[in-house]
Design a protein around this ligand. Structure first.
Ligand SMILES: Nc1nc2c(c(=O)[nH]1)N[C@H]1C(S)=C(S)[C@@H](COP(=O)(O)O)O[C@H]1N2
Ligand SMILES: [Mo]
Length: 170
């Protein structure tokens, strides 16, 4: 083989690698989009409202820090993006004046209840969808999303409901 033939083969291989890298990046982006597209059901007096990711992000995501403390990691400050839980409830057209509590459910059945005083706090309960700039992965992908409740004022993270699929008002 001449040097010229080897050169042509190399250039060809580099182009193929580039095309695959591009396709892979696009696929990763699509998967993230699908995960982020998940819906949340809001239940109030037997009436169900579904919110899509677009509805939630339209409210305007806010970045905030919170100290994550899981069973297998030490407490560490993290950067989350999400919206206040109260704004999600308002977006669903619900007024909370006559409510007593908000119940959050994860896809695994895990349930957390918050009192209205906690819910109207302007800097405590968030529905987060990004952690350190990346969309929260779903349970099946080893993540805690696509949505997770972050209770900033909870010292322990028991009430940080992961994989949130339902919000019920009582
Ligand atoms: N959906 C869901 N959220 C959950 C849990 C759970 O089992 N399911 N466990 C809680 C508990 S007890 C803790 S300490 C934190 C962190 O749990 P991890 O260490 O399993 O991530 O998530 C909380 N949120
Ligand atoms: Mo826990």
């Amino acid at each position: 083989m001449t040097n010229r033939t080897i050169g042509i083969i190399l250039v060809f291989l580099i182009i193929i690698m580039g095309v695959f890298a591009f396709m892979n990046r696009k696929m990763v982006k699509d998967v993230q989009g699908a995960e982020a597209n998940r819906e949340i059901i809001i239940k109030d007096d037997g009436i169900e409202t579904k919110l899509k990711f677009e509805d939630i992000s339209q409210i305007g995501g806010k970045e905030f820090t919170a100290t994550l403390d899981t069973s297998d990691t030490d407490p560490e400050e993290q950067n989350y993006t999400g919206v206040l839980l109260i704004k999600i409830i308002e977006k669903a057209g619900i007024t909370i004046e006559d409510k007593r509590q908000v119940i959050i459910r994860g896809i695994d059945g895990y349930t957390v209840a918050f009192g209205i005083q906690e819910v109207i706090d302007e800097d405590n309960l968030y529905l987060a969808y990004k952690l350190n700039g990346k969309f929260l992965k779903a349970k099946g992908e080893g993540g805690s999303g696509p949505y997770q409740i972050i209770a900033r004022k909870d010292e322990f993270s028991q009430r940080w409901c992961k994989f949130v699929v339902e919000i019920e008002l009582k």
